[in-house]
Design a protein around this ligand. Structure first.
Ligand SMILES: Cc1ncc(COP(=O)(O)O)c(C=O)c1O
Length: 383
């Protein structure tokens, strides 16, 4: 049709990619909103002028995430790490104190030590379990400057749980800010803001988007000033979520409840089976009645999540498990539709060589259990 208007090839190419946005479809190709022809002659009246500042795709995804987290505001970012770093850069300054989990996702600790310490921020590490202790409350009280506590519960990879209501009270008594990484639980498993947290940060790369095909993160909060400051950090640092990832994540959220429900069911059944399996030395799952986290997890979690951690005898036993299984593969991300396993000592976590974090997928429960039974009974495992 454009050809019949007598356009040349370059004009035809430009017009051909400028398709009308279909209402309800959140995908917005970046160049449309980066382009000057979106600006109105009434300067300053536009909602969207440049994709790194704002765009309709983000608004749709942020509205959905805010709804799931029970937040007033959500800010989507290019990865879980950028959600965390944007938050910390927005709220901390020289002379302040940051407490990070000693047993949480290791790159958060690396960022704190490598990037925030040199700016004059005191970085302390505390295990998730110790965050519930009276000694921790004393340490928060005597810390210098503004204090920001990052909790990760259940922690990755050991799946310890901290009582968020009590931790929020401890923090707020001395004016500290509580930031909770909700990656492992997801907002379908736990709503930290309702338990007293000030800010939720999370990687949506995992269970929420759920197909292991994108990186994304988000921050959720009830505080307008905090949300605006984090949005400004995103604008100025450029740690943005691309339009295709935005669209994919938004599309995937609709099935998150179904996927997460099956992952939780599989994790519960698998953890119960592995607890009595002779090739498995120990099992951690917050939903296991005998687990040290069970009591607190039952009180504050809506679902116990899709991650199970176990200890096998050695790294060789882990490799035999992967080789003998038909359904399970080795991968370091988690939360996807396939069941995967990760030997965490490989990445430097303070765990034994045979420590394995299992991410349950959405396979039929009986098939998954039978596959683990078969793989663990394999002669390679040397039982
Ligand atoms: C608990 C937790 N928080 C944050 C992150 C970082 O997320 P991303 O890889 O999306 O940057 C991860 C990644 O594994 C994680 O496990």
């Amino acid at each position: 049709m454009n050809e019949s208007r007598g356009y040349g090839d370059s004009t035809r190419s430009v017009v051909a990619v400028s398709a009308e946005h279909v209402p309800g479809a959140p995908i917005q190709p970046g160049p449309v909103f980066a382009a000057p022809y979106q600006l109105s002659s009434e300067e300053g009246s536009e909602t969207d002028t440049y994709a790194r500042a704002s765009n309709p795709g983000w608004r749709a995804l942020e509205a959905a995430l805010a709804e799931l987290e029970g937040a007033r505001y959500a800010v989507v970012t290019g990865s879980g790490m950028s959600a965390i770093t944007s938050t910390l850069r927005s709220v901390l300054a020289a002379g302040d104190t940051l407490v990070v989990p000693a047993d949480g996702y290791y790159q958060v600790r690396l960022y704190a030590h490598e990037r925030l310490s040199p700016l004059g921020i005191t970085v302390r590490e505390t295990t998730t379990r110790d965050m519930g202790s009276p000694a921790f409350a004393d340490a928060v009280e005597s810390a210098a400057g503004r204090v920001v506590v990052v909790a990760e519960t259940p922690s990755n990879p050991t799946l310890d749980v901290v009582d968020l209501r009590t931790l929020a009270q401890v923090c707020h008594r001395v004016g500290a800010m509580l930031v909770v990484d909700n990656t492992t639980a997801t907002p379908l498993g736990q709503r930290p803001l309702e338990l007293g947290a000030d800010v939720v940060v999370a990687s949506g790369t995992k269970t929420l988007s759920g197909h292991s095909d994108l990186l994304m993160g988000y921050v959720a909060t009830a505080n307008e000033e905090t949300a605006a400051s984090i949005g400004r950090e995103r604008l100025l640092s450029g740690t943005v979520l691309g339009p295709f990832e935005t669209w994919l994540a938004h599309r995937s959220l609709g099935t998150a409840g179904l996927r997460f429900g099956r992952q939780c069911d599989n994790a519960q059944a698998l953890s119960e089976m592995l607890t009595v399996h002779p090739a498995v030395r120990s099992v951690r799952y917050p939903g296991l009645a005998g687990d040290p986290s069970f009591f607190v997890a039952s009180d504050q979690m809506r679902r116990f999540g899709g991650l199970v951690s176990i200890e096998l005898e050695s790294a060789a036993h882990f490799h035999s498990l992967v080789e003998s299984s038909a359904l399970v593969s080795a991968a370091t991300s988690f939360g996807g539709i396939h069941t995967t396993v990760d030997r965490r000592a490989r990445w430097g976590d303070d765990v034994s060589a045979g420590f394995v974090r299992i991410s349950c997928g959405i396979e039929d429960t009986e098939d998954l259990l039978a596959d683990f039974e078969r793989a663990l009974d394999s002669p390679h495992l040397g039982r």
